[in-house]
Design a protein. Structure first.
Length: 277
């Protein structure tokens, strides 16, 4: 990413122009950009249990209105906003006004998309041990103070609970390794997914832990969104048109198999609606 640097005089000039524009717009009743009005800032400091800061980690925020809090080994929910944690364990993140759950992670190993043993993880809990909600107000700064409790992650096998299971294969029926399954709430599968699975192994099997609801499944081999790149794994449950998968609380929806392709870099990606023949 290219960084643009300005000297102090230029920065001062730009600051005056921006502030003046906002003030004039407010006085004249003109619209001020919504990101200037409807955002707030949350800041704080996260420490590893025992004293050291969670230096170099990342902090994650999850909108409470769109899904549950992401507990370890229960299910994997994609965050709405993320931010960096500096060398002193301090973070400062701008968020749209609303209520959020908070979690932080410091990866020791970069392998894979999930937590590995000895990675550090922090969950913000209230005095009753439940996920704490942070109410970010428009135009204000919410200081969470210093929070201690980040601990080294240890994988513990637990009952699966509510989940969708299946096998990812290519068009010839061979298992596909390295695929991730995403659960969307919308049939277009173009908005942000709510949950995602671990990458598949050599057997192509996946376990997607979810909460009760109806989902549409898409398969890719990277977490980031955007248009697919040549060579990437692509597929949806339903092949041509995303098909709903409904799961009840405590149910494991089995044999939800998905066929995928390797995107060649031309033509529409599968799962964007009915395709002409």
């Amino acid at each position: 990413m290219t960084k643009i640097r300005y000297d102090s005089i230029t920065l001062l000039f730009l600051s005056v122009i921006i502030c003046s524009s906002v003030l004039i717009s407010a006085r004249l009743g003109l619209a001020v950009p919504s990101d200037e009005i409807n955002t707030g800032t949350i800041t704080g400091k996260i420490m590893i249990k025992g004293g050291a800061p969670l230096a170099g980690g990342r902090v994650f925020f999850y909108d409470t209105s769109t899904g549950p809090a992401p507990f370890v080994d229960q299910f994997r929910r994609l965050p709405d906003i993320t931010g960096e944690i500096d060398a002193d364990g301090v973070f400062s993140v701008k968020l749209p006004a609303g209520k959020y759950f908070m979690r932080a992670v410091k990866k020791i190993s970069e392998a894979g998309t999930g937590l590995r043993n000895n990675d550090y993880v922090f969950f913000s809990l209230d005095e009753k041990g439940k996920p704490k909600e942070y109410d970010v107000k428009s135009g204000s700064i919410l200081d969470t103070g210093t929070m201690s409790g980040a601990v080294a992650y240890k994988k513990v096998e637990k009952d699966i609970g509510t989940a969708i299971e299946g096998v990812i294969t290519d068009m010839e029926g061979k298992p596909v390794e390295g695929a991730t399954v995403f659960a969307f709430m919308d049939q277009t599968t173009t908005r942000k997914p709510l949950f995602f699975s671990e990458r598949t192994g050599s057997d192509g099997k996946y376990i997607l832990r979810v909460t009760e609801g109806t989902y549409y499944l898409r398969v890719r081999n990277k977490l980031g969104g955007g248009p697919p790149e040549p060579g990437q794994i692509l597929g949806i449950f339903g092949e041509q048109v995303p098909t709903a998968v409904t799961v009840k609380d405590g149910e494991i929806k089995r044999r939800t198999d998905i066929k995928v392709i390797r995107f060649r870099g031309r033509g529409p990606a599968p799962g964007v609606g009915p395709q002409k023949r």
